[in-house]
Design a binder for this molecule. Structure first.
Ligand code: ADP
Length: 365
């Protein structure tokens, strides 16, 4: 409805904002919206991957202006990919978010390729850290395949807090936020490096994470521009690499390690997932993808080996049910394996950060 009072207020709130080339945001050819639906305002700005960083400032300003409006439940200004969008004039380098004052350590969980169990590992490590009495958050940055909502049985959308920042959702004692709660899958599918970075920076800065000992970031799989942008754009205390034993996955894992090395992020550990299969009928262990490859590789590369997780039906069933194995069976063989690996990770993390010259907190701490 053209005369919807929220829509009118939204247009008014955006009326003073300018694109980096000096033209008004409202009416710019690459801007769609504002649209209003159920108290939620959306604006999207089409841009190319290369030009996305320059739009970060106006995007944030527009979103803040919309969120300050009364009777608005949520407002999102998103950058969407369009290679035909006009270029923007000003070049801005991605800056590090300065709002994670309460977060002590940000740790990436990464894999060279998809489907190796990275998200399963991230969630169970988060719960394992929580079992040590730590305050833990998990940020699902796997924007092309966000699975944390399923793994933690989180439904619906996050609520807005007092200062109009989103409150992470809670599950099994950890705070969680996922791209899957913020944007629809089709929009996110076409995002590339800088846009992914911009969306993730938004999830870091627009979410009230509160005081956390560790924020686990479930990274998008692979070692392309998006991953590099995240590794560069957030001050990571370290990274955990997940790999299956196959050579191919290990080659990818090596690429992951090289990428973090390039941006001086320490590798806190390598985890071998789907290491062997224990037959439910005969009880024998079968090394479907070979054995020991990840541990040998960790030694060769001089990175800590955190452990080998078997391929089991229990783990998959627990993941699918929204109750991760560490929550479902904390003292069972898998639950204690993850808790032990989380303990080693925490030890490596605290040793690594006390060895470095700067506090690894994100800026503003
Ligand atoms: P990624 O994040 O690397 O894409 P996921 O964690 O989503 O991988 O796992 C992919 C699938 O494999 C999921 O169905 C998950 O339940 C299953 N899975 C992961 N690790 C194991 C394991 N050790 N044993 C059995 N199934 C597993």
């Amino acid at each position: 409805m053209a005369d919807d009072p929220i829509l009118l207020a939204a247009r008014k709130a955006l009326s003073g904002l300018m694109m980096p080339d000096g033209t008004p945001l409202l009416g710019a050819s690459q801007v769609s919206g504002p649209t209003v639906s159920n108290g939620r305002i959306n604006v999207s700005i089409r841009t190319t991957a290369e030009a996305a960083a320059a739009l970060g400032e106006v995007r944030a300003e527009a979103e803040a202006a919309l969120r300050a409006l009364p009777k608005v439940d949520a407002a999102f200004v998103t950058l969407t990919n369009d290679d035909t969008a006009p270029p923007v004039l000003k070049t801005v380098t991605a800056s590090k978010p300065d709002v994670l004052a309460g977060v002590c350590h940000v740790v990436a969980v990464a894999s060279g390729k998809g489907g190796v169990g990275k998200s399963t590992t991230a969630v169970n490590l988060a719960l394992g850290l929580r079992a040590q009495g730590l305050k833990v958050g998990i940020l699902d940055a796997d924007i092309h395949g966000p699975s944390i909502p399923t793994l933690l049985a989180l439904h619906g959308q996050p609520r807005m807090g007092k200062d109009r920042r989103l409150l992470p959702m809670q599950s099994n004692g950890v705070s969680a936020m996922s791209m899957g709660m913020m944007v629809d899958a089709e929009t996110a599918m076409v995002w590339r490096g800088p846009m992914v970075m911009s969306a993730i920076t938004q999830m870091l800065s627009d979410v009230d994470w509160g005081a956390l000992d560790v924020l686990i970031v479930d990274m998008p799989p692979g070692t392309g521009d998006a991953q590099l942008a995240i590794a560069q754009g957030t001050t990571l205390a370290g990274a955990v690499i997940v790999s299956t034993p196959q050579d191919l996955a290990l080659i990818d894992a090596r690429r992951g390690i090289a990428m973090f090395n390039k941006v001086d992020v320490p590798i806190l550990g390598l985890i071998e997932n789907m290491a062997h299969f224990t037959c439910t009928d005969c009880g024998k262990q079968h090394a479907l993808f070979g054995t020991g490859g990840a541990e040998a590789e960790a030694k060769r590369l001089g990175v800590p080996f955190l452990g080998a997780v078997p391929l089991t039906m229990d783990l998959r069933a627990a993941s699918d049910s929204g109750r991760p194995i560490v929550a479902r069976d904390p003292d069972g063989p898998l639950g204690s394996l993850y808790t032990d690996m989380a303990g080693t990770l925490w030890a490596n993390l605290t040793a690594s950060t006390s060895n470095t010259h700067t506090d690894m907190k994100l800026q503003g701490a």
